[in-house]
Write a protein that binds this ligand. Sequence first.
Ligand code: PEP
Length: 245
Amino acid sequence: MKKLLVGNWKMNKNSHEVAEFFKTFNEHFSEKREAWIASQSIHFPIVEELKTSGVKAGLQNCSEHIDGAFTGEVSPRALKDMNGHFVILGHSERRQYFGETSRGLNAKVRTVMNEGLVAVYCVGETLSERENGQTLSIIEDQLHQGLNDQSKANIDNLIIAYEPVWAIGTGKTATPKEAQEVHAYIRSILQTKFPSFGDKTRILYGGSVKPDNIEELLAQKDIDGGLVGGASLKAKDFLALCGDK
Ligand code: PEP
């Protein structure tokens, strides 16, 4: 399976900058690796229209409901109807600033996968949790709570992103060895929870991934790709991550 790079644009770019990005990106993207882009929801239709067909578009969050009286929310069913492919769920910024919890995210993961979208479920420890030696137990809790009772029939639509909170947007990257250690642990939990899918489920690393550290990270056995914030905003950097210099 090809390595996958998911760009998380967060709340960045205006419509002209989105167009500029794809003008450069489309010209050089060779599909050597997979490239997905999670834009702000308001930009989704522009991304969908301008991206080359090899790129998949998605969002950074959505409702756990498919429709109804939920003012201001974005429906995963509406996203699917607009040709959306995936949703990032449980990003540490959503957990930190919007009070999302693994238990609450369980419902979002379920709805997203039921709607035929891919759920990119994020887990990761804070710096103090790492320093206290709690990394693996935090990851285990986040996985159990978020994935508890998910239908095995939908597990093809699950991707896990390991994002140590201390490495996001800080310029500090987990070493390939540190990242691999957690990825292997995540893999072992998935193998127990979903025996026939644990080996296949993609596990992405996120946290200050850059063109100069991507190759070493992707060389690790259980790292299937990257979830990328800052370095996904510039077409040239994201192309480099996708193996297209
Ligand atoms: C992210 O937002 O998911 C992320 C990993 O950001 P950055 O690459 O900027 O650290």
